[in-house]
Design a protein around this ligand. Structure first.
Ligand SMILES: C[S@@+](CC[C@H](N)C(=O)[O-])C[C@H]1O[C@@H](n2cnc3c(N)ncnc32)[C@H](O)[C@@H]1O
Length: 250
């Protein structure tokens, strides 16, 4: 039983809209370049597999996610047949292989709501890196200025879904300062039928110094801290916290 299972990812009726979030994906080009001549990549919390499938053009890629509904979409995307998709939990999974690169993008790190779970997933990264292999992940910076709480009116947008046509989407979120956790609900209305699919989820915001301590404890060495996927250096009010580093070189 995965205690992190969120309907946002596990309910096929909602997961089918994941790839239409309307947000740019600068992480894709960044990670593709970073993967360079890596022969093997492990994508933890790969979701619908956009990045994993892209990277699989030139190397062996394994994508891990506990949500079967997300992996079902991943399998059928272009290049989806070139990735090994594994239904599993990034906190506990142990594969027989080690990889040149291990990554978690799309803020998968933030689905881990406790320090115990964050430690567990970082241990998984460390356990799957070849000596000197690279890791990278992203987490939104809690100190980025502006409200984290959002209303339906602020977030309403429209897009066209290939199967359902015009969709109206919105999300509503509330931030709890005490736990640094954002609770949110994403909703999708299929305009032609007025059918609404909706699901809630939670993510945690973690300060850079806490992430740095967790990485240090796992023996992972950070070489660069980026402030977003354009590759600018991190500063205290950056949008993202992106550590790029290496595993132990034995
Ligand atoms: C925001 S999505 C990011 C997906 C993908 N990496 C991307 O960039 O689009 C977060 C993903 O984390 C997955 N997830 C939730 N719990 C997890 C766990 N215990 N281990 C690995 N992935 C998990 C969800 O199923 C979901 O696919």
């Amino acid at each position: 039983m995965n205690d992190l299972a969120e309907a946002l990812y596990t309910d096929p009726a909602v997961a089918q809209f994941y790839d239409f979030r309307g947000a740019a994906r600068p992480d894709l080009a960044f990670c593709r370049k970073l993967a360079g001549d890596c022969r093997s990549v492990l994508d933890l919390g790969c979701g619908t597999g956009e990045l994993a499938a892209l990277l699989a053009e030139n190397r062996r890629v394994v994508g891990v996610d506990p949500a079967a509904a997300m992996l079902d979409i991943a399998r059928t995307r272009p290049n989806g047949g070139m990735v090994d998709w594994i239904e599993g939990d990034a906190r506990t999974i142990r594969l027989d292989n080690r990889f040149d690169m291990v990554l978690l993008t799309g803020h998968t790190f933030q689905v881990f709501l406790t320090e115990v779970d964050q430690r567990a997933v970082i241990e998984t990264v460390a356990a799957h890196l070849k000596p000197g292999g690279r890791f990278v992940f992203d987490s939104r910076n809690p100190d980025f200025p502006g409200r984290k709480t959002r209303t339906k009116d602020e977030t309403r947008r429209r897009f066209t879904h290939p199967r359902h046509g015009e969709i109206e989407a919105w999300n509503e979120s509330v931030f709890d300062d005490a736990t640094q956790t954002l609770s949110y609900r994403n909703s999708y209305c299929i305009r032609k039928s007025s059918e609404v699919h909706t699901a809630t989820a939670r993510i945690r915001y973690t300060p850079k110094n806490v992430i740095a301590a967790l990485l240090h404890d796992s023996g992972l060495k950070v070489e660069r801290w980026f402030g977003d996927w354009s590759g600018v250096p991190f500063d205290t009010t950056s949008k993202e916290i992106i550590p790029l580093g290496r595993g132990l070189s034995l």
